[in-house]
Design a protein around this ligand. Structure first.
Ligand SMILES: Cc1cc2nc3c(=O)[nH]c(=O)nc-3n(C[C@H](O)[C@H](O)[C@H](O)COP(=O)(O)OP(=O)(O)OC[C@H]3O[C@@H](n4cnc5c(N)ncnc54)[C@H](O)[C@@H]3O)c2cc1C
Ligand code: FES
Length: 388
């Protein structure tokens, strides 16, 4: 076994150097293999595989959104980077599922996490969290996870944050950290909402803008009420040009629904912003997947197909619902996290049939070669067979 392991390491780029280093460490008394248990225990303490959380406080933002404060049932909460998310598991109508929510509270606050949930049109989990959850309820979660955060080595000190709707949440965490800690960064937050009623954290953002010279807040409403005097329309090239002075020197962070995200990225590319200066977080796949480019024109999203699992169990799934959703509906417990194609945890093998792969699925080369796909981004467009 050890020989096989060494052969595999040796065949990798710089593998021989790695083997030499392991050998040297062994001889000089630092045998990392003996440390593995200790390392795992330390990592496990700060990055638990699963968190048990209790609802400690609820702050309603009208009827359209609510902030839920979560404290640990026991022990401490893992630290996180402003911008990361928590994947919250729920049990609704007998279905165990989960949804990722960006942490909106500051990472300086170590006693709790806050998540802010906005109501969506056909909300399954969001409606439940807004209408049914009460103080004292318990949840399990994984995370904090995600790579949508400030990187002092690669990112400019000038940050332009562009939020759409509930996409404001990771920016609240970032702004709270930056201004509570008096960090040396220039922030311009451009927040696109439908109308004044759907703006979250307005008072806090306006008050930060009054207090700090290094913070600019621009609200852009796409369907403003009569008499509204602020900026209106979409966050397009013209809008960005008119608001941002140092386009070329800024790092752009975009967060919101996929359609808004793609629209803003295109606008930035048309303004010659380099791709490396654009960081994005998408709040999941679009609900109307049948309108995504490349979707088979003869399917409406409502067709039912048979999904055969591990050659035995058969379930039904709709073309317009991800395989992950169909599996969860059928009672299969999936260990997932991002639900947006990035973390790989929902990987399954497609052995027969065809699926539509939604935008944003990050597949490894080996996965592609051996037929692995991410079930959160795969939609059945024929009967399919899969291995879990
Ligand atoms: C990284 C990340 C961070 C996010 N952060 C936030 C945030 O801070 N705030 C926020 O508001 N949102 C956030 N989101 C979006 C959030 O995860 C949810 O997608 C959003 O709350 C909508 O969830 P929903 O279940 O209400 O609607 P959907 O996810 O659209 O779910 C509706 C779908 O549920 C399925 N469904 C319906 N009924 C059933 C059933 N009986 N059984 C099983 N499935 C069913 C159907 O497929 C239906 O299309 C984030 C997303 C990502 C990826
Ligand atoms: S849950 Fe992360 S890739 Fe599907």
């Amino acid at each position: 076994m050890a020989d096989l392991k060494n052969m595999i390491i040796a065949s990798m780029p710089h593998g021989k150097d790695v083997l030499q280093e392991i050998d040297d460490k062994r001889k000089s008394g630092t045998n990392y293999e003996l440390e593995i248990g200790k390392i795992e225990a330390t990592v496990g303490k700060y990055h638990k595989k699963s968190l048990s959380l209790v609802v400690n406080k609820i702050i309603d933002h009208g009827t359209l959104a609510r902030t839920i404060r979560l404290t640990p049932k026991e022990g401490i909460l893992p630290i996180f980077e402003a911008g990361q998310y928590l994947n919250l598991f729920t049990e609704i109508e007998g279905v165990r599922t989960s949804r990722p929510y960006s942490i909106s509270s500051s990472p300086l606050q170590r006693g709790y996490y806050e998540i802010t949930i906005a109501r969506t049109k056909t909300g399954f989990v969001s409606d439940f969290l807004i209408d049914d959850v009460k103080v004292g309820d318990e949840f399990s979660a994984n995370g904090p996870a995600g790579a949508f955060h400030f990187n002092p080595i690669f990112h400019s000190k000038k940050s332009v944050m562009i939020a759409g709707g509930s996409g404001i949440t990771p920016f609240m965490s970032m702004c709270r950290e930056i201004f509570d800690n008096r960090l040396d960064r220039e922030v311009h937050l451009i927040y696109g909402c439908r109308n004044s009623d759907s703006v979250l954290f307005k008072e806090e953002l306006e008050s930060l803008a009054k207090e700090y010279d290094n913070f600019t807040f621009s609200l852009v409403l796409s369907e403003p009420e009569a008499g509204y005097k602020g900026k209106t329309g979409f966050i397009d090239e013209e809008c960005i040009k008119s608001l941002v002075k140092d386009i070329k020197e800024s790092t752009f962070y975009i967060c919101g629904p996929q359609i808004m995200n793609d629209f803003v990225v295109n606008a930035l590319l048309n303004l010659d912003v380099r791709k490396a200066m654009i960081r994005r977080e998408m709040f999941g796949s679009r609900q109307d997947i049948q309108n995504e480019p490349g979707w088979p024109t003869d399917l409406s999203g409502k067709e039912s197909f048979t999904i055969t699992i591990d050659g035995k169990k058969k379930i039904q799934g709709l073309s317009g619902e991800s395989l992950l959703t169909s599996l969860e509906r059928a009672g299969v417990r999936m260990n997932v996290c991002c639900r947006s194609g990035e973390c790989s945890l929902c990987r399954i093998q497609l052995t027969e049939g065809k699926v539509f792969l939604a935008k944003g699925m990050l597949l490894r080369y080996a996965d592609e070669r051996f037929g692995y796909i991410h079930s959160c981004k795969a939609y059945p467009i024929t009967d399919v067979s899969i291995n879990l």
